[in-house]
Design a protein around this ligand. Sequence first.
Ligand SMILES: [Zn+2]
Length: 92
Amino acid sequence: MPECGAPGPSTIECRQIADLLSDYLDGSLPKDTRELLEWHIEGCAPCVAFVKTYRGTITAATKLRDVEIPAELKQRLLAVLRNQRASHPSGA
Ligand SMILES: [Zn+2]
């Protein structure tokens, strides 16, 4: 039977979620990429927690208390958030 979860050329890795998430929430992500991202998140608890954290959905995060965000992913999140703040559009 086919390998389950075998990485393919179009598979998104956890670390890519951080890069794509801002565009995803922006709605500026291409449909294909968006679907890949959603598909990944659906089957990846750490990424679900990641998205919740990113969005600041504290109430939902408490439900995922047992899900630890990998340290590497957490660092990516912080980096992205920092980046966003730095590139925040001026003259709001
Ligand atoms: Zn993931």
